[in-house]
Design a protein around this ligand. Structure first.
Ligand code: 5GP
Ligand code: ZN
Length: 114
């Protein structure tokens, strides 16, 4: 997708502080971190929103969550915990319409999120 910032990062056309890459995912630091550790786990496949998922994406979404858990473990976040967030659609607070998972850690989080 030409006008998608995350597709541009995946294509290597925009810079990012990448910490993990595999066949299906790219993981990089958020440019406006909301916690001491704030990563974005981004499927390489452009899917705008959760509701665009099809049954063929089930494995990808499992891989996304599993990768979040292993990245968090590698960063030493396991003991204190961390938060995983998907903002979906306008009311969900989504700003970049390329499906992604936020991994936030390094401080206590509050609930409700507001
Ligand atoms: P959303 O509200 O869509 O879930 O969050 C999008 C996130 O992407 C925001 O936290 C924002 O700071 C981050 N972001 C937006 N543009 C860029 C960018 O060009 N590079 C990186 N690394 N993060 C970005
Ligand atoms: Zn995209």
């Amino acid at each position: 997708m030409k006008n998608c910032i995350f597709c541009r990062i995946i294509a290597g056309e925009s810079p990012a502080r990448i910490i993990h890459e595999d066949e299906h995912l790219l993981v990089f630091h958020d440019t406006q971190p909301q916690a001491p550790i704030h990563l974005l786990l981004v499927p390489k496949k452009h899917l705008a929103r959760i509701q665009d998922l099809t049954p063929t994406d089930k494995e990808l979404m499992g891989h996304l969550l599993y990768t979040a858990s292993s990245v968090a473990k590698n960063l030493g976040l396991q003991q204190n915990g961390y938060r995983l967030v998907i903002n979906n659609g306008r009311y969900g607070g989504q700003a970049v319409f390329h499906l992604h998972l936020h991994l936030l850690g390094g401080r206590p989080m509050h609930w409700p999120p507001g």
